[in-house]
Ligand binder design. Structure first.
Ligand code: HEC
Length: 131
């Protein structure tokens, strides 16, 4: 093995350990455990209709949740908050991002619960699972 191959392989090892890191988080709950409230989903529907629906349909979110399987929900929230809506990223209130996520979960068969989804707390310990 020459030197550049060795360097390539060690870079690869670092990269794959970084990729694997989120999965190693302590995750107590999954999307099946009622992680948002009905009220949030209802508020999120309004946001979805006005700001998200034009560019993706619900099938897109189903595929997204599948692709994010076992990742912390907080990472998806952060990604959506930082990149969406694609024509004006980060333009919504934090609560609106949280509400729209609740609505998306409600439309993909995940149950509502008693405690609201809170982007300030606890979302790193909720695992995404495929719908
Ligand atoms: C102007 C068009 C547009 C609007 C409006 C828009 N999106 Fe997107 N969205 C995109 C594009 C383009 C991508 C990336 C390409 C793809 O995967 O199809 C994307 C990707 C995503 C992803 C996948 C992210 C990932 O890394 O897996 C999510 C989730 C998402 N959008 C949610 C939303 C939500 C929620 C809203 C409403 C607040 C929204 N989008 C509004 C165009 C849009």
């Amino acid at each position: 093995m020459n030197r550049s191959t060795t360097r390539f392989l060690s870079t690869l090892a670092v990269a794959s350990s970084l990729l694997a890191a989120p999965v190693a988080f302590a995750q107590d709950r999954t999307l099946r455990d009622g992680v948002y409230t009905e009220a949030q989903a209802k508020a999120g529907e309004t946001v979805y209709e006005s700001t998200c629906k034009n560019c993706h349909d619900m099938k897109f979110y189903e595929n997204t949740l599948r692709a994010w399987n076992s990742q912390p929900l907080l990472y998806l929230w952060e990604t959506v908050m930082g990149t969406m809506p694609a024509d004006n990223p980060g333009s919504m209130m934090f609560e609106e991002y949280t509400d729209v996520l609740a609505y998306i979960l409600s439309q993909n068969g995940f149950p509502a619960g008693d405690a609201p989804l809170d982007h300030n707390q606890g979302m790193e310990s909720i695992s995404i699972v495929a719908p």
